[in-house]
Design a binder for this molecule. Structure first.
Ligand SMILES: Cc1cc2nc3c(=O)[nH]c(=O)nc-3n(C[C@H](O)[C@H](O)[C@H](O)COP(=O)(O)O)c2cc1C
Ligand code: SF4
Ligand code: FES
Length: 625
């Protein structure tokens, strides 16, 4: 017999999709109409994009996706159950096994390990509390961190830092304190001298993130007004003159991308804000969304109206409850005040935004995987070409930018493209956000102009915690690489990074002092890539597993052959992943390990050539646009 949904499950899905109109889409009774008319084909397939929100509705209502709930969603959206299971099991935040209504996702990723994540897990498990081990939750500046996922009305909340008192409350009384968008996450906001120089973070900690009036009182919606009054050609010229490069990792010129979308003859066009931010060590987009959410909505609106789109999407990672709430509110407020909708600001443009939540999959930050996820499919990257500007979301021309890239556009229009291009260096214009974490005195998001040295970035954050000796810096994230303490004078620009064999990635600057065990960090990074590989292509699916196995053997001293044989094998695997993987995940999965071996000599390194001057794979333009 087919499993049936419970009343709660049915209600949760109906709240999202509306009550079913006929037995064809899940009503309990057949109407006279149903006996005469059959629904199917394109009409029902058009709803497939609602699969992820519907699965979120089930998970949120009862804490797991039961067979009955799944059957009901499949009936409502006309999705074959096997496919829906394929989707549900792809995402870490969905559970198809029954579990308690509250799940504690404790981060055991690199920054939290340095901050004692093991202690948190030990304490909880010894008190009989079940724990789900999680990759980086994007709260590294306040490590150690945990996400509480709750069924029912309360919703999810993040806790960071986890302290003894927090755990006491949690274990004894089931009470927890959520985390607010704290000023502490933007240390420069508290320093008057630095604040005056801030462009991207100028409102952080000052503006009320829930008030559109306060946002406007701090210069909000001036850039959109300019864009609408001067028109798309003017805006495109300014963005192009600014030489604004994407901040999502691929460093693709934003003006070129926008122009390509605007010129596509096929309609509709879509614009997506990539807020999936899941690169370990990265939290800048979260802080921007929490503290200045209207800036994200305003800049996405500018991108949309400039490229001929009427519909935009923000795809936000599922583990960001506060940023999600703030953005949702900002979208509603913008709509209510005429900054979104049929006639934006009364200046004749039509544009609206929908907020969609991811569900725990790093690969969904890759743009084409993100489109598949938005369409209600497994988040597996597509082959390119065709590029998103030609065939992106729903097969239509699509622009996509990272949160930080988009908010730069506000500054471009405020001061003019040419003035913006004068900031930073010739090849890397404008300001840049850096995520400082690990063994650093004042962790948080920092804004600097491109061209700043790594040493200056570290000094601005107060240096190594407690004045300890620095061992290494992880630069750019798990897909980036380690930089030794002897190389702190490298300049942080795209061109210097290309030349010097390092990558800026997503702006991660994670410090490790002399007491840090870099082999442990490498093993965690290798596990991360093994877990997050979507499994679609062999070099990455097998290579990430082989990489982790070889590292484990090296750590345990149980090498197959000599240590040099293992290092040579690792290098071989790295090469294959880099050359033959479909997407940037596989192509960059060996970066950090290779750099640790070559420049820090971990695992008895030195057996491979130094990486300096060697091209470190980054998410290149060709791969990403
Ligand atoms: C594995 C992988 C993960 C990615 N994750 C993100 C992400 O979380 N956020 C993001 O903006 N871009 C991410 N990207 C890059 C996107 O594919 C895309 O290049 C970017 O959203 C384009 O925006 P930009 O031009 O503003 O940089 C990722 C790429 C790969 C290969
Ligand atoms: S490289 Fe890895 S993540 Fe990318 S498509 Fe292949 S298996 Fe999936
Ligand atoms: S929140 Fe734990 S490593 Fe980032």
């Amino acid at each position: 017999m087919q499993a049936e949904p419970s009343a709660d499950e049915r209600a949760a899905v109906d709240e999202l999709l509306g009550a079913p109109e006929s037995a064809w889409d899940g009503a309990l009774e057949r109407s006279a109409f149903d006996h005469r008319v059959a629904r199917g084909g394109a009409e029902v397939r058009d709803d497939r994009h609602l699969l992820l929100p519907a699965l979120h509705a089930l998970q949120g209502a009862v804490g797991w996706i039961s067979p009955g709930g799944m059957n009901y969603v499949c009936e409502r959206l006309t999705v074959p159950p096997a496919e829906a299971y394929g989707v549900a099991t792809f995402y870490a935040m969905f559970s198809t096994e029954e579990r308690p209504s509250t799940a504690l996702h404790v981060c055991d990723d690199i920054a939290c390990r340095r901050a004692g994540a093991q202690w948190v897990t030990d304490r909880l498990t010894s008190d009989g509390v079940g724990v789900v081990h999680s990759p980086c939750l994007g709260l590294c500046e306040r490590a150690p961190a945990m996400l509480i996922q709750r069924a029912g009305d309360q919703g999810d909340s993040a806790i960071a830092p986890i302290t003894d008192e927090v755990l006491d409350g949690l274990i004894r009384d089931g009470v927890w304190g959520g985390t607010g968008a704290e000023l502490g996450s933007v240390p420069q906001a508290g320093e008057v001298r630095s604040r005056e120089a801030l462009r991207l973070l100028r409102r952080a900690g000052i503006v009320d993130p829930s008030s559109i009036d306060d946002y406007r009182a701090h210069g909000g919606y001036e850039a959109l007004r300019l864009a609408l009054e001067h028109g798309p050609e003017w805006t495109l010229r300014e963005v192009t003159d600014a030489k604004l490069m994407g901040r999502g990792g691929a460093a693709f010129p934003t003006g070129v991308k926008w122009k390509a979308v605007a010129e596509q003859p096929v309609h509709p066009h879509y614009f997506v804000c990539n807020a999936d931010e899941s690169e370990p060590g990265t939290f800048k987009d979260r802080v921007v969304m929490e503290q200045d959410p209207f800036a994200v909505i305003e800049s996405l609106t500018i991108a949309g109206v400039t490229t001929g789109c009427e519909q935009g999407y923000v795809y936000i990672r599922g583990e960001y409850p506060l940023a999600t709430e703030r953005l949702r509110h900002a979208i509603e407020e913008a709509r209510r005040h005429g900054f979104l909708g049929e006639d934006v600001m009364g200046l004749g443009a039509r544009f609206d935004i929908e907020l969609r939540r991811g569900a725990g999959a790093y690969i969904c930050g890759e743009e084409t995987a993100l489109f598949n996820s938005l369409e209600g499919k497994r988040g597996e990257p597509r082959n390119k070409p065709p590029f998103p500007v030609q065939r992106g979301l729903f097969g239509k021309p699509t622009g996509i930018n990272n949160v930080e890239t988009l908010i730069n556009v506000l500054e471009v229009l405020r001061i003019g493209g040419q003035a913006y291009a004068a900031i930073g260096t010739e090849g890397s214009t404008g300001p840049r956000l850096f995520c400082l974490s690990g063994d650093v005195e004042r962790p948080g998001v920092y804004e600097h102009e491109h061209g700043v040295t790594l040493r200056q970035v570290i000094e601005a954050a107060g240096g190594v915690r407690g004045g300890a000796t620095l061992k290494a810096v992880l630069l750019g994230g798990a897909a980036g690489g380690f930089v030794g303490a002897d190389r702190l004078d490298i300049a942080l620009t795209f061109e210097d990074a290309r030349e010097g064999g390092y990558t800026l990635g997503s702006g991660v600057v994670m410090l490790f002092d002399a007491s840090a065990d870099i082999t442990d960090t490498c093993l965690r990074i290798a596990r991360f890539f093994r877990d997050e590989s979507c499994g679609q292509c062999v070099p990455c699916r097998v290579g990430t597993v082989r990489q982790e196995e070889a590292l484990r053997r090296l750590v345990q001293g149980r090498t197959l052959g000599s240590r040099d044989d293992e290092l040579a094998l690792l290098e071989d695997v790295a090469q294959v992943m880099r050359d033959a993987s479909i997407c940037g995940l596989g192509q960059t999965a060996a970066n950090a390990v290779r750099s640790a071996i070559a420049s820090l000599g971990v695992f008895g390194g030195g057996a491979v050539d130094t990486l300096e001057g060697d091209a470190v794979p980054t998410r290149t333009e060709e791969q990403e646009s």
